[in-house]
Design a protein around this ligand. Sequence first.
Ligand SMILES: *Cc1c(COP(=O)(O)O)cnc(C)c1O
Length: 216
Amino acid sequence: MSIIVERFNKIKSNIKKVDKNGFTKIVAVSKTFPLEHIMPLINFGHHHYGENKVQEADAKWSQIKMSNKDLKLHMIGKLQSNKAKKAVEIFDYIHSLDSQKLADALSKFQNAANKSINYFIQVNIGNESQKSGIPYNEVDSFYNYCVKEKKMNVLGLMIIPPNDNKTKEYFQSIAELNSSLGLKELSMGMSSDYEVAINFKATYLRIGSSIFGDRN
Ligand SMILES: *Cc1c(COP(=O)(O)O)cnc(C)c1O
């Protein structure tokens, strides 16, 4: 068996120990890796992959997606609104919805393409100036804008927590905000902290290096 499939199965069994309800989904983050490196996991039957650049995702996935309709692509990186049209073509989920301008562009192009995209609103949970995301206290009004005015299908919130020792506090406060909005899905947890994230109601884990190996 491929080492990638072995690692994936190991993660699945780790998840099973923590996730009592079986709601957790794995987005296998394949950014920077070529398709042949990812292929064993596709052949194994896993369908959800994460990329952080529109151009790279398009070059890597557009062909195989046409012949394998079960494959679902997740945009997890910063998305500029001038790339919204291409993003709508290639992605099924966008985890980085982080501005009104982007919401306007995405809703326009998804309506024109008659495609239903699933969204996560990225929240700047640590108020870090170098990170994007909606400030915590503006999430409520931004959520209403996306759902009520733009009719976007928002599944939940998404965070990339700061690299400090307060991860659990960030997980806790985003889980509370997520459920106060009545949202059922929550995108958080990466290779280093996915088991912790599940304990705070994460449902979409974005896991890269512990499946595919280190990125250069
Ligand atoms: C790269 C990336 C991941 C995956 O990180 P790993 O530590 O390799 O699991 C998850 N989320 C985002 C937003 C990323 O850019």
